[in-house]
Design a protein. Sequence first.
Length: 211
Amino acid sequence: MVLAVALAFGIPPALAQPDVRVEPAATHLGPLDLVKSSLSRVLTIVQSQSARETQEGRRGPEIRQAAAEMFDFDDISRRILAQHWNSASPPEEDEFVRLFTEMLERVYLSSITSYSLASITFQNETIDGSYAQVQSRMTGRSGRDVSVEYRLFDSEGRWAVYDIAVDGESFVSSYRSQFNSILRRSSFAQLLERLESRRASPAHTGEAQGQ
């Protein structure tokens, strides 16, 4: 799964707190600086937390704040659902964003412990109007290198990540394919039920699909 490899934030499912509302902080950081700053902040939080803090989820709000400053979860949700977004009611849209945000955070946070800041090399930044890419490479403990491209857009005066590609494989495309497959044979309400059930199951923090 592309996200399990690429999205390098490690946090157990217990730390995802659905009642915490986090607003992105106002910032004028450029794409490269935003990605660097967010990765550094989350790595510092995760790698400095005690076992007790991990178990109790006491650092969850701090990590969620850092994630909210980096991602535009509403935009990601719309891109992933594509034509299905307009078929949902406003309450269903809100519920999807909430559930998918929690899932994205869990998966994004699930692999950070395999990396350190020293293992991440940022190569370059490309800006084309209101869109940008930040290229990087990550080296895991096994010694395997992966290329990670962060794709950003200018969201109301701040840069935000809307997609991540690992070795060329897009996270948005991967999940769009999964959800399209589900919605071809299920209702939107059933998709929400599936996401809710997976939110409650630690064994399925990295996938939305299933039979």
